[in-house]
Design a protein around this ligand. Structure first.
Ligand code: FNR
Length: 188
């Protein structure tokens, strides 16, 4: 039986124009097999620094509301992020912190996967395990395998931002398929 279409919300943890992580997310969008769509949420730079006084007084800022709505609407999440100082970039953690607040925190029960690209050999491994730990608290259901850790990223993308490494393309595709199967399984 054919699987129902799966909509994945993709978020890049890097704001810079030439980001390898955004390139990897766009590669995932392009490589998504039939029946899987990847939509990119690209408004992280509009999200202010978390301040609980602001939330208590004025509620969620509009870009945070937009993120929460997009998370709720998606069947699954794909977080693609650099590693900063062995951990999660503040930009991404800040967005997660905002989006995660009650009521109805939108991460609960969401299937998700993590990817990351870095210049070094480990391809964001340390960031990924920190991010997993945060997402456990939010009751996100992460897939375990395959992990996508894109090391030596500058050698794997062309100057115009296209993924050129076949092996990496294979890992990305396999992860999308695993996330779709996991999502279908959780939906029952
Ligand atoms: C880095 N970088 C980095 N790389 C890594 O493998 N481990 C690390 O801990 C860090 N730490 C780190 C901290 C900060 C503040 C910056 C700006 C960078 C290098 C990082 O992998 C590289 O800049 C990537 O290209 C960033 O990802 P984007 O922006 O290309 O997606």
């Amino acid at each position: 039986m054919a699987m129902a279409p799966i909509s994945i919300l993709g978020i890049s943890g890097s704001l810079r124009q030439g980001s390898y992580n955004t390139m990897a997310l766009k590669a995932a969008q392009a490589l998504a097999p039939d029946g899987i769509t990847v939509t990119i949420f690209d408004r992280l730079r509009e999200i202010p620094l978390y301040d609980d006084d602001v939330r208590a007084k004025d509620g969620f800022p509009e870009p945070v509301e937009a993120l929460r709505t997009a998370i709720r609407a998606a069947d699954a999440l794909l977080l693609v992020s650099p590693e900063y100082n062995y951990s999660i970039p503040g930009v991404l953690k800040n967005a997660i912190d905002w989006a995660s607040r009650a009521p109805d925190q939108p991460f609960a029960g969401k299937p998700a996967a993590i990817m990351g690209a870095s210049g070094g050999l480990l391809g964001t491994a340390r960031m990924q395990y920190h991010l997993r730990q945060c997402l456990v608290f939010l009751d996100v259901h992460l897939i375990n395998r395959p992990e996508v850790m894109i090391g030596q990223a500058p050698q794997k993308f062309s100057a115009d931002g296209k993924l050129t490494d076949e092996a990496t393309a294979g890992f990305i595709k396999a992860q999308l398929e695993a996330l779709a199967a996991w999502t279908a399984r959780l939906k029952g």
